[in-house]
Design a protein around this ligand. Sequence first.
Ligand code: HEC
Length: 144
Amino acid sequence: MTQLNITHVVVISLTAVFLLVAMDRTGELRGPQPAYRPPAPVQQAAPVVDTEKGKPPPHNDTVEDLPDGKGRDTTFYTCTACHGVALIKAQGLSRELWDSSIDLMIEKHRMPPVKPAERAEILDYLAEQFPPRRRGRGADNPFK
Ligand code: HEC
């Protein structure tokens, strides 16, 4: 008798488990699920440089945004067709490195070549106004 009873208990328990699993699968045991909502698109700040097109941002710079000096106009009108003066002012280079910068503008950024006389004028201006920042040992050292 006891044997039979245990068999009954096992069969009834297994049946109950199967039923519960089946009901759970059909969703009868769970409340209504919230509808899927796609995440809101993230608003991104405009990048400083649109890398997709490799284009620097537009600018409203004028000649006065460059420090006064011989060759300022030529430099401004040659160098700000594609970007503002900020990129130029951020650099401090020797005449030689400014020269390679112009090569870079021509080769990499498709700047139209400049006449030798204009190029020399621009180089004089750039080397004079934006020289390398570190002028010798301790030049910028406040603890000197
Ligand atoms: C035909 C377009 C064009 C002209 C004209 C042009 N540039 Fe550029 N220049 C670029 C582009 C494009 C970049 C890259 C912008 C960036 O990476 O943010 C750049 C970047 C620069 C940079 C920053 C480079 C660096 O490594 O940080 C300097 C400095 C610069 N230009 C100087 C000049 C000077 C000086 C002239 C004039 C002789 C000039 N550019 C004329 C297109 C031009």
